[in-house]
Ligand binder design. Structure first.
Ligand code: PLP
Length: 433
């Protein structure tokens, strides 16, 4: 019987719930036999994670980029508590409620003037992507065009772990090469970052256009695929090609949305509007699971019909959960009334200034910053688990992956906390063998 409890690996205090439950739990993205025992967390506050053994870590990645206002923000907590007392959940089939409709209105106002004005709620980023793909394929069916069911996606991209989302993610970067036989084959190409790659994409589209429903891309930053940045010009190229070949354009803003890149949505920074956008992660300020797929009027109109077969046949049980929608509305209040844009600009400047010196260290391939994201890319990372443990020993939670060490903290992070995160990265890198 494998034994992976903290007691056996010597972390120290192991609460009863940890010792009795860890053997019954399967963790994400982890080889359970060799992974370091997970940290026992008992509380979160601001940018801090409190552990059962009394240690406190400064969080550098805001719980997979969700907790943009810091943990346990009193305004979000109060909104969720109020909603909990009234109606924690009710199904969304045949019924609606104020938190969801208010959120739909507010989201479309934020997305204006893009024309993205119909919100379909779901409960995770991957499902929001599934919905976007289904919308795109059915758009063509509803318009009476047959055979347009392929999606063009990009190397280095990541859109989630469900089958449809995996199929449009880079197989290597997204860890799903093993599932090739299970997944629908999509068209995976290079991002059109220069004239040559744009011409190559044009050739692929010219050849396959009548089989393609849509192009999907993470605008400005490919996140989980390696924190790779591209210029707004890439999105202009994609929009122009999508228009030329009459394809729908899907922007997956699940990571980039809600000021993470500096603009409320990355596409607004680039000045290019998609036909469908997916949102999640920071949507509820990192408190509850919620996602949205927002379609343009053009897309929605293809579903508007007397024919019941033209309806979008999708409906997650917990879609538009009132608690999650209340949290999202409260999060939007904070974006409206708190100086989040200034905070992101300050974080950006501090990351630039603080991480830049890493460039001269041996084994560093690149240092880059966009919005509240700072990345140090290495030639390779030999021992990922070991590196992660070194950061924990430094009192910070930074979770390197692939060949990158990165920070994507809460926008509310204090100057000295951000300084500690940057110092920890510099110290760990300087001390590498
Ligand atoms: C761009 C992007 N799309 C989709 C997803 C999947 O979201 P979820 O993990 O909520 O399913 C992620 C998650 O990291 C993401 O970064």
């Amino acid at each position: 019987m494998p034994d992976n409890t903290s007691k056996n690996k010597g972390i120290g205090v192991s609460p009863d719930w940890y010792a009795t439950g860890i053997e019954r739990t399967w963790l994400p993205y982890a080889q359970m036999k060799t992974a370091a025992p997970p940290l026992a967390v008992v509380a979160t506050h601001g940018c801090r994670i409190m552990l059962a053994d009394g240690r406190e870590l400064i969080d550098g990645i805001a719980s997979w980029w969700t907790a943009c206002h810091g943990y346990n923000h009193p305004h979000i907590r109060a909104a969720v508590e109020r909603q909990l007392a009234e109606m924690p959940h009710v199904m969304f089939g045949g019924m609606v409620h104020e938190p969801a409709l208010t959120l739909a209105r507010r989201l479309t106002e934020l997305l204006a003037p893009s024309g993205l004005d119909r919100v379909f709620f779901s409960d995770s980023g991957s499902v929001a992507v599934e919905v976007a793909l289904k919308m795109a394929v059915q758009y063509w069916i509803n318009k009476g065009v047959r055979g347009r069911n392929k999606i063009v996606a990009f190397r280095g991209g990541y859109h989630g772990d469900t089958s449809g989302a995996m199929a449009v993610s880079d197989p290597e970067g997204s860890m799903h090469a093993a599932f090739r036989g299970l997944l629908p084959e999509q068209i995976l190409v290079d991002l059109p970052v220069d004239a040559e790659s744009a011409a190559a994409l044009d050739t692929v589209l010219a050849q396959w256009a009548d089989k393609i429903a849509a192009i999907i891309v993470e605008p400005l930053i490919q996140g989980a695929g390696g924190m790779r940045f591209h210029d707004p010009g890439v999105l202009h190229t994609l929009r122009a090609l999508a228009d030329r070949y009459e394809l729908l354009l899907i922007f997956d803003e699940i990571f980039t949305g809600f000021l993470r890149t500096g603009a409320m949505f990355a596409f607004q920074d680039a000045g290019v509007a998609p036909d469908i956008v997916t949102l999640s992660k920071a949507l509820t300020g990192g408190t509850l699971p919620l996602a949205a797929t927002v379609a343009s009027r053009k897309v929605f109109e293809a579903f508007w019909s007397d024919d019941p077969t033209k309806a979008l046949m999708h409906g997650p049980t917990f879609m538009a959960n009132p608690l999650a929608c209340a949290a999202a509305n409260a999060s939007l209040d904070l974006f409206e009334r708190e100086p989040r844009r200034d905070q992101v600009a300050k974080i950006s400047a501090a990351l630039r200034h603080g991480l830049e010196p890493c460039r001269t260290l041996p084994g560093i391939k690149d240092v880059r910053v966009k919005g509240a994201i700072g990345v140090v890319e290495l030639d390779h990372i030999e021992n990922l688990n070991g590196l992660r443990q070194r950061f924990i020993a430094e009192g910070v939670f930074v979770r390197p992956f692939g060949t990158v060490i990165y920070l994507a903290p809460a926008f509310t992070i204090a100057e000295d906390e951000l300084g500690s995160l940057i110092d920890a990265i510099r110290r760990v890198l300087a001390g590498r063998p």
